[in-house]
Design a binder for this molecule. Sequence first.
Ligand code: KIV
Length: 289
Amino acid sequence: MKPGKLTLSDLAEMKSRGHKIVMVTAYDAPGARLAEEAGIDILLVGDTAGMVVLGHDSTVPVTMDEMLFLTRTVVRAVDRPIVVGDMPFGSYNVSDEDAVRNAVRFVKEGGADVVKLEGAGPSLSRATAIVAAGIPVMGHVGLTPQTETMLGGFKTQGRTAAKARRLLSDALALEAAGCFSIVLEAVPTPVAARITEALTVPTIGIGAGAECDGQVLVYHDLLGLTEGRAPRFVKRYANLAEEIRHALGTYASEVRDGTYPAQEHTYAMPEDELELFSADGVEQAHRER
Ligand code: KIV
């Protein structure tokens, strides 16, 4: 473990002291470094990479190899935050053995500290098996994007008493399976509050209200790198898409009108060398070919 690394006991203590846990997604070294400098506690190398980095329209196509590549870049950049490798669709759905094999890859090849998987049901035995192999697991219930078709689309979950009870029992079952923390996505605030109270492990909310033990947002959403309609829970803390578009546009027009590069962006050479070069530079270069 890197010196200064936050531990899972630190997270548990944060819950018991009522100190909020801050998590954000990260997919590359510069973003991870900035997040660490901003004091973020947990970096999730999320399979949302499929949508915000790799250009897919869902998280489903993301592969283990893509996730491992991204995880390594994040791990190399940071010391303190806990790095979570998000197990992509297909990497844990078939069997416990597959789940353990791929979780081990996240730790050995990706350098992740822990892994995250979605759902309860079959994911319970996957979580138990991965924890038994010595790898901590973060659960994820509510809206689980990898199986959104089964859930009827990107919709709030747990809006009836029966469904809310189901969510609570799934969360309790994931805790019993050994999960050290559970993400609650797109869940009504009172349901997330009830789950948070019932669990001994910390909950991390995304669209689940302020009573969760922590919050997570997608990096590109919170920085305004994704544009257009966003889920209700997204708060844009910056408008980087606009800034980047403006900067790139200015660069393009300055190249075209010759403003860039200016004197201060160029390299000079000693006058005498320049004179020699100007006198016989081309002829000499032809001879030396
Ligand atoms: O992949 C991801 O970014 C996630 C968060 C939305 C929790 O799972």
